[in-house]
Design a protein around this ligand. Structure first.
Ligand SMILES: [Zn+2]
Length: 200
């Protein structure tokens, strides 16, 4: 078992604490979901080097050998989701969308459409919409993208650690498997990212 200390760090002999203040952007007031990513970098060190500069990042990083690093406090927001979220109602059940609004949005050009969809979705609350930076924890798995649709396979050791980590976070934040998303599900990303991640 693990626990979350007052600094928002997950205390367990399975977690190596390596916090980067530069990727923390204000307070995270509640955790409703987990988002699984791949780094598009060949090693953990490449990602750590990037985290020294202010910018995007995630709360955890799982190396290819299964080592789990916590890279940001669970009480702080990280920029891991991206600027534009997809529409959950369109992806899951079109009938639950506001059809008049959707009809209006779908007359727009693609660029205008994804911006309008994002604004429309952000007016909803989770779980009616996909998670955003202000209500989710990001978990990165070390892995390089191979081409426009594929990433390196997640290793067995990574999946084993991911399962352990996700189960701990379910308990600490009262979540279930329906609250875990692959990054490309929720924003416009390489569809292969985290496609071979398995957490249940
Ligand atoms: Zn990602």
């Amino acid at each position: 078992m693990s626990f979350v200390n007052s600094d928002g760090m997950l205390i367990s002999d399975k977690v190596i604490l390596r916090r980067f203040n530069a990727i923390e952007h204000g307070d995270l007031h509640g955790v409703q979901a987990l988002v699984v990513h791949q780094t598009d970098a060949p090693t953990a060190q490449h990602t750590f080097n990037g985290y020294l500069a202010k910018g995007s990042g995630a709360h955890f990083l799982i190396d290819k050998n299964g080592f789990v690093y916590q890279t940001a406090s669970l009480k702080k927001r990280c920029y891991h989701v991206g600027k534009l979220i997809r529409s959950k109602c369109l992806a899951i059940d079109k009938k639950t969308c506001d059809s008049a609004q959707m009809a209006r949005i779908q007359t727009l050009s693609w660029t205008a459409q994804i911006k309008a969809l994002d604004a429309h979705e952000r007016a909803k609350s989770y779980p009616e919409r996909y998670p955003v930076n202000s209500d989710s924890i990001g978990i990165e798995l070390v892995g390089k993208h191979l081409d426009t649709s594929r990433y390196e396979s997640v290793t067995a050791a990574q999946n084993q650690s991911l399962q352990w980590l996700v189960n701990e976070l379910y308990v600490h934040f009262n979540l279930s498997s329906g609250d875990v998303y692959r990054h490309p599900q929720i924003s416009y990303k390489n569809p292969g990212e985290a496609s071979s991640a398995v957490w249940e």
